[in-house]
Design a protein around this ligand. Structure first.
Ligand code: F3S
Length: 755
C-alpha cells in the first residue's frame, strides 16, 4: 500500500467544516498554512484562535517518515512505549548509510554488507509494528515521500530536517526529532508552537538558466540561516503557479537552510500533473473537490501584508543564477565575474574539482533532464569536462526512468560516477579521501542543500558551493567557480570557442515514469510474532535504558564547554563515519561536541577538565565528570543546534550527564529535543552574559525547584577567583514540557501514562 486514499479523503471531508469554523474564529481570510494547521488540530474542531509565535498547539499529523540514521533511535524508543502497532501511517527509508565510492552497484553491495545488522533491525521492527519499509537503494526519503505519500493539504512529520520537501506538493511537512515522532507513533498528540507566517510572492517567470533552486538561494540570501525560524514560508503568485511540482519541492526543501518550520505552496495544476504522473489520479480527483481549501482565501494573496508577518517579493524574470557558499548556504554570489573578485579576496580556490548533482533537494526527473541537456552539449561541442561528475538519482523510479530515457547515459559518457539512489556525498558518506582531515584545499559545486565545513567529504578544506543542477553541470564542465554560462565562452578540443546553450528538459517524463522494483516492503498485517533481535555485544545497536530525572537541584555543576560561534547538530553529533553508531547511544556519545569550537582556546575537542586542570577531548572530560557524579553545563552562541533534526545531539549529552545547555538562542528542533530528553535548554536573558562565562566556572541553580512556564530561572555563576555573577535564564517550557523534565524524559512520561 503506497498511500492511504481513505485517510486522505477523510482529511478532505472534514476540511470544509473545520476551516470555515477557523475562519470565523480568526475573523479574517486564512492563508493556506493556517487552513492546514486548523484542519489538523488534535482536539478536532477549532474553538479558539492561536497566537502565532506564542501558543503551543497539539496537532494530529497524517503521516510519519523516518530515515535509517534517525529511525534507529526513534524505533528503539518506540519499542519502549509498550505499543503493538504504530498509531499513524509510518515509513522507514534506508538512504543515509550508503557510502558513495565506486558507483551504485558496488557501493550498495558494500552497504548491505557493512550495515546489514542495522537494515535487518529496521526491517524487522517495521514488519513488527506495521511500518512501511523502503530498502537500501530504493531512494532518498524526501524524493520517495514526494512520489508516494505527500498530498495537498496534508500534515506530516519526519525524523529529518528536509521533511519540509513535501511542501512542494502542498503539505505542511515538518522535520522533528525522533522523540517527537515516537509520541505520534504511540498515538499521542504532536506539539508545536503555532508558527509565524512569511509570505513569498513570486512574480514573473523562470527562464533560461534560472531554476527553482535560485529562488531558494535568493530567499536564503534575504532571510539568512536564521530568518525563517519559527515560521512557515508560504509561496504564491504567478511565478509559483508556473513552476513544476518538483521545483516547488526544491524550494521547500531548502527552507530548512533558513531555519523555517516548513514551507508550502497552494494546490495548482503542476501538483495535479505530478500526482497523475506518479499514479495517484485518485488523490488529484479528491483534491479537486476541495480546491478552494487547498490554497489561501482570495484576499490573502492580493493583500499579503495584512495576513503574513513578513512579505518578500521576488521577480523571477529578473532573478539570476546564484552560487551560495562556501561553508554557509546563505552567502550568495551571482554566477560570473563577481565571483572572480570574491574568490580572490577570500582565497577560495577558483578551480572546481567536482560537480555533484542529486540529493533530496535536486534529484527529480526534471533536474536530471535539464542538467543532462548541458552535459550533452559538452559531448556535442567537443568540450572536455574539467571537473569530475557525480550523480545521485533521488529514487529508483527516477533512476529507472532516466536510465530508460538515456539521461544517465549522457552523464556516463562524460565519465560521471552514478552513485546509489541515496544521500551519499550530501551527508559525508563520500569516500573521496583516505585521510580527509589532511586533504588539500579545493572547491566543489553541488546541487545539495547544506555546505557546512566537512559536510560532503570530511575535508575541512573543501569549499562547497550550492547551485542548481544545470549551473552545477555548466561549472563542472568549465572547471571554474566564476564561469558564467550566459556570457562566457569555452575552448573545445579543436581549439574553437563555443558557448553552452540554455538548458532544456522535461518537467515529467514524456513516456511516463516506470520502475521494476521500487524497493518497498509492506509490513505484515499482524506482526506480533516477529522477533526483533539486538545482540548484547552489538557495536551498532543498543537497547535503551530510561533516563534518570536530573531533579530540581543543580549545584556545583561544571562548565564542560563554552562553544564559540556556529554550533550545529553536526558539531554536536557529527555525521559521516559516526552514522554507523546512530543506534548505539553509548558508542555514538564518543563524538559528543567534538566539532564545537572551545571559546577559550579556539580549538575543537580540547577542553579543560576542572578536576585535574588537564585538557582532553570533550567526551572524555565529560565521562570523567560523570564518573565523579558531577553535573555539567554547556554554553553556546546564537542558533545553537541548527542543522539536522537528530535527537542524538540532545540524547548524547544527556546520556553523558550534561544537565543544562545555556545559549544566546536555539534552533527550534534542537531546543525541543533537549526538552524531550528531560534536559534544561535555556537562553541568556541578557545575551552579553555569555561573555561572563569563564573556563573554570561552577553553576548553582538557585530556583529550579520553582521551575514554571514564563518564569526565568536564576543561576549563580562562581568564577575561579571566588567572585560570582547572578544571571537570569529564559526558557520556553510549558507545563507539559516541565513534566517531561521532572519525569526524566518525554518517553518516561508516555510509558507511565501507558502503564
Ligand atoms: Fe539525505 Fe542530504 Fe537530503 S542527507 S535526506 S540527501 S539533505
Amino acid at each position: 500500500m503506497a498511500f492511504d486514499i481513505d485517510m486522505i479523503k477523510g482529511v478532505y471531508a472534514r476540511m470544509k467544516e473545520r476551516v470555515d469554523a477557523a475562519r470565523d474564529i480568526v475573523g479574517k481570510p486564512l492563508t493556506l498554512s493556517e487552513k492546514i494547521l486548523y484542519n489538523h488540530l488534535w482536539d478536532g474542531m477549532p474553538t479558539k484562535s492561536f497566537i502565532r509565535g506564542k501558543d503551543y498547539v497539539d496537532f494530529a499529523p497524517d503521516r510519519i517518515a523516518c530515515q535509517d540514521a534517525t529511525a534507529q533511535m526513534a524505533l528503539l524508543q518506540f519499542m519502549q512505549a509498550g505499543k503493538s502497532k504504530v498509531a499513524v501511517p509510518t515509513t522507514v527509508h534506508c538512504d543515509h548509510l550508503i557510502q558513495a565510492k565506486e558507483g551504485a552497484a558496488a557501493d550498495l553491495k558494500h552497504a548491505n554488507n557493512t550495515s546489514s545488522e542495522v537494515f535487518n533491525f529496521l526491517e524487522s521492527v517495521s514488519n513488527k509494528y506495521g511500518i512501511g519499509f523502503w530498502k537500501p537503494g530504493a531512494g532518498i526519503i524526501h524524493q520517495v515521500v514526494l512520489e508516494n505519500y505527500a498530498f495537498p493539504g496534508g500534515m506530516m512529520i519526519g525524523t529529518d530536517s528536509h521533511t519540509v520537501n513535501a511542501g512542494g506538493l502542498g503539505m505542511v511537512a515538518i522535520g522533528v526529532g525522533g522523540a517527537d515522532a515516537v509520541d505520534v507513533m504511540a498515538g499521542m498528540a504532536w506539539e508545536l508552537k503555532f508558527p509565524k507566517l512569511i509570505g513569498v510572492k513570486l512574480t514573473g517567470k523562470l527562464s533560461g538558466w534560472t531554476a527553482p533552486k535560485d529562488v531558494i538561494l535568493k530567499v536564503a540570501e534575504i532571510l539568512t540561516v536564521k530568518g525563517g525560524t519559527g515560521a512557515i514560508v508560504e509561496y504564491f503568485g504567478p511565478g509559483a503557479i508556473a513552476m513544476s511540482c518538483t521545483g516547488k519541492g526544491t524550494i521547500c526543501n531548502m527552507g530548512a537552510e533558513i531555519g523555517a518550520t516548513t514551507s508550502t505552496f497552494g494546490y495548482d495544476d503542476s501538483m495535479e500533473r505530478y500526482l497523475r504522473a506518479t499514479d495517484r489520479a485518485d488523490i488529484a480527483d479528491a483534491a479537486n473537490t476541495v480546491k478552494a481549501y487547498l490554497t489561501a482565501d482570495e484576499d490573502v494573496y492580493k493583500n499579503p501584508e495584512q495576513y503574513f508577518d513578513q512579505v518578500i517579493e521576488i521577480n523571477l524574470s529578473e532573478l539570476m543564477p546564484l552560487l551560495n557558499g562556501p561553508f554557509t548556504p546563505d552567502l550568495s554570489t551571482p554566477v560570473g565575474s563577481e565571483m572572480t573578485g570574491k574568490a580572490k579576496e577570500n582565497d577560495w580556490p577558483i578551480k572546481v574539482e567536482w560537480g555533484l548533482i542529486g540529493s533530496c533537494t535536486n534529484s527529480s526527473y526534471e533536474d536530471l533532464s535539464r542538467a543532462s541537456s548541458i552535459a550533452q552539449q559538452a559531448l556535442d561541442k567537443g568540450l572536455k569536462t574539467k571537473a569530475e561528475f557525480g550523480i545521485n538519482p533521488g529514487s529508483e523510479m527516477v533512476r529507472y526512468t532516466t536510465q530508460r530515457d538515456g539521461i544517465l547515459e549522457v552523464f556516463e559518457k562524460l565519465d560521471a560516477t552514478i552513485f546509489t539512489n541515496a544521500c551519499g556525498p550530501c551527508i559525508g558518506q563520500w569516500a573521496r579521501y583516505s585521510d580527509p582531515k589532511n586533504a588539500p584545499k579545493n572547491s566543489i559545486v553541488h546541487s545539495f542543500n547544506r555546505n557546512f565545513a566537512k559536510r560532503a567529504d570530511g575535508n575541512p578544506n573543501t569549499h562547497a558551493f550550492v547551485a542548481s543542477p544545470e549551473i552545477t553541470a555548466a561549472i563542472a564542465i568549465a572547471g571554474r567557480l566564476d564561469f558564467n554560462p550566459l556570457k562566457d565562452k569555452l575552448i573545445n578540443e579543436n581549439g574553437e570557442e563555443v558557448m553552452l546553450d540554455e538548458p532544456t528538459g522535461w518537467e515529467l517524463p514524456p513516456k511516463g515514469f516506470d520502475v521494476k522494483d521500487n524497493g518497498y516492503i509492506e509490513p505484515e498485517a499482524d506482526g506480533s510474532h516477529v522477533n526483533v533481535a539486538v545482540k548484547p555485544d552489538s557495536e551498532r545497536l543498543q537497547l535503551l535504558e530510561p533516563f534518570v530525572p536530573i531533579g530540581d537541584s543543580i549545584t556545583g555543576a561544571r562548565l564542560l564547554i563554552k562553544a564559540f560561534g556556529k554550533c550545529t547538530t553536526d558539531h554536536i553529533s557529527m555525521a559521516g563515519p559516526w552514522l554507523r553508531f546512530r543506534g548505539h547511544l553509548d558508542n555514538i556519545a564518543n563524538n559528543t561536541l567534538i566539532g564545537a569550537v572551545n571559546a577559550f582556546n579556539k580549538q575543537t575537542n580540547f577542553v579543560k577538565n576542572q578536576l585535574t586542570s588537564e585538557y582532553g577531548g570533550v567526551p572524555d572530560v565529560q565521562r570523567a565528570y560523570k564518573a565523579a557524579g558531577i553535573k555539567t553545563v554547556v554554553v553556546g552562541d546564537h542558533n545553537y543546534g541548527e542543522g539536522s533534526s537528530r535527537e542524538h545531539a540532545a540524547m548524547q549529552p544527556r546520556h553523558l550527564g550534561v544537565a543544562a545547555v545555556i545559549v544566546k538562542s536555539f534552533a527550534r528542533i534542537h531546543e525541543t529535543n533537549l526538552k524531550k530528553q528531560g534536559m534544561l535548554g535555556l537562553t541568556f536573558a541578557n545575551e552579553t552574559d555569555y561573555d561572563l562565562i569563564q573556563e573554570d566556572d561552577i553553576f548553582n541553580f538557585l530556583d529550579l525547584n520553582e521551575f514554571a512556564p514564563d518564569k526565568p530561572l536564576t543561576v549563580e555563576v562562581v568564577h575561579a577567583d571566588g567572585s560570582s555573577n547572578i544571571i537570569k535564564l529564559n526558557h520556553t517550557y510549558n507545563d507539559a514540557q516541565i513534566a517531561w523534565y521532572k519525569e526524566g524524559s518525554a518517553l518516561n512520561l508516555i510509558k507511565k501514562q501507558n502503564a
